[in-house]
Design a protein around this ligand. Structure first.
Ligand SMILES: [Zn+2]
Length: 63
């Protein structure tokens, strides 16, 4: 009885396996987690018209 549980990422609906290999579950990635929390969305809204999104310093190791 060790069937993996698959959940859809709340942000992008990607299938995410619920386990140690998915540290950001139920999100597929740290980016989706941050988007859902509104952290980076808030940041983007503060810079209307900015053409390029620059990853925050916290994120740079993820890319
Ligand atoms: Zn996602």
């Amino acid at each position: 009885m060790n069937k993996p549980l698959i959940v859809p990422c709340p942000n992008c609906k990607t299938a995410v396996e619920w386990g140690e290999q998915s540290p950001f579950r139920p999100f597929c990635s740290k980016r989706c987690q941050l988007i859902d929390l509104g952290e980076w969305a808030d940041e983007e809204k503060r810079i209307p018209g900015d053409p390029a999104w620059l990853p925050s310093q916290d994120d740079e190791n993820e890319y």
